[in-house]
Design a protein around this ligand. Structure first.
Ligand SMILES: *Cc1c(COP(=O)(O)O)cnc(C)c1O
Length: 392
């Protein structure tokens, strides 16, 4: 069997083993621990949205291949959402593309826009699929590391500028940022936009947590800034906003040439997906403001519940401005290795968390940081906090 003498997994993917989430979720099940590792809610989204999906299914809407770009109802709802919230006008026919979650949007965008040898500047720590998709496109990632200052993770704009070379094709952003909870400010985004214009770069921005910002902070889509609309692919998804992570309904908004390029790759990945759910998410995007306010208030309170509890347990806590994750520093507990800490935590106190090092190329930069998710029921978080108190 000579085919076996060469490693089966190709060189581009060899560095990516199975994700830490699989390992940690299995550990949670095996030890009966509370799983604050993977970021999925333990309560489903709004009843009326579930009913809308049932209706679509019963009425035979979306049970067969939906249109390649997505059903018109959803593309229109996405365009209306961008206009109403951000003043961004997109043509639902040529500037909106529905994808199988933000995950496929990221993959299709990077596979469409990158040539082998291109460089992608991305904010480290990064969401795990970015590195894998950049690698599948044959491109090179260039991390710019967010570091803690005065209680929050911040971007060093000089480092960002220095990371751009003649080979840089695009900047890959994520705000609100997973795992740090940082929300890039208008000032930071303006500086990034100026850099993109000056160096003629494309910008891909992952905004799946656009509705999860706290303390009155505002999410600013970089596409709203001068010179950006024409060079930006904005990615979002229904999973986090509506607590239906299993439905995998995502989308991009971008000018026609970029949308068309992304569609070229997307059509050979899934072609289409989530037919009836697309109709339901079209309705979800039009839910009254009370829904979005309620989501923010609920998760804001849970952020405080878990953050306070982690502080009492002895962690240094970077209270997030957005997302449903909180990053902590374990050094005050006398620990330095987040991997070892997270592997031992279920046995020590019955809680599962994720070592932030998995989101870094510079593993040592992420070593003492650990991420907890708070998109869980309040009683579950209270129980977790009680268990964590035993660590001291
Ligand atoms: C959850 C998540 C995604 C994936 O979104 P899906 O719609 O579930 O594919 C993408 N980016 C970030 C930063 C995420 O946290």
């Amino acid at each position: 069997m000579t085919v076996m003498t060469r490693p089966l997994l190709n060189r581009r993917l060899a560095e990516f083993g199975t994700t830490i989430f699989a390992e940690m979720s299995a550990l949670a099940v095996r030890t009966g621990s509370i799983n604050l590792g993977q970021g999925f809610p333990d309560t489903d989204g709004p009843e009326e949205v579930r009913e809308a999906a049932v209706r679509a299914l019963r009425d035979g809407r979306g049970n067969q291949y939906p249109p390649g770009p997505g059903v018109p109802e959803l593309r229109l709802a996405v365009a209306e959402h961008q206009l109403k919230r951000y003043g961004l006008s997109f043509d639902p026919d040529t500037e909106v593309l529905v994808t199988a979650g933000a995950t496929e949007a990221i993959a299709a965008t990077l596979l469409a826009l990158l040539e082998p040898g291109d460089e992608v500047v991305a904010l480290e720590p990064y969401y795990d699929s970015y590195a894998a998709c950049i690698a599948m496109a044959g491109a090179t990632r260039v991390p710019v590391t967010l570091r803690p200052h005065d209680g929050a993770y911040r971007l060093d704009l000089d480092e960002l500028r220095a990371a751009v070379t003649d080979r840089t094709r695009l900047l890959l952003l994520n705000t609100p940022h997973n795992p740090t909870g940082t929300v890039l400010t208008r000032e930071e985004l303006t500086a990034i936009a100026e850099l993109a214009v000056e160096r003629d770069l494309l910008v891909v921005t992952d905004e799946v947590y656009e509705h999860l910002v706290f303390d009155g902070a505002a999410h600013v889509p970089i596409a709203t800034l001068p010179g950006m609309r024409e060079r930006t692919v904005t990615i979002s998804s229904a999973g986090k906003t509506f607590s239906f992570t299993g439905w995998k309904v995502g989308w991009i908004t971008a000018p026609p040439e970029l949308t068309s390029a992304v569609r070229s790759a997307k059509q050979f990945l899934t072609y289409v997906s989530s037919g009836p759910f697309q109709y339901a998410i079209a309705e979800a995007l039009r839910l009254p403001e009370t829904y979005f306010d309620g989501l923010r208030a609920d998760l804001g309170a849970k952020r405080d519940l878990l953050s306070d509890g982690l502080e009492q347990a002895g962690f240094t806590v970077y209270r997030p401005a957005g997302t449903y994750f909180v990053t902590t520093d374990i050094r005050p507990l006398g620990e330095t290795d987040g991997f070892a800490f997270c592997r031992a935590l279920p046995e020590r106190c019955g809680v599962v968390a994720i070592p932030n090092a998995v989101f870094y190329d510079h593993r040592e930069e992420g070593a003492p940081f650990v991420r907890f998710a708070f998109c869980k029921r309040a009683d579950v978080l209270e129980e977790a906090v009680g268990r964590l108190r035993g660590l001291r």
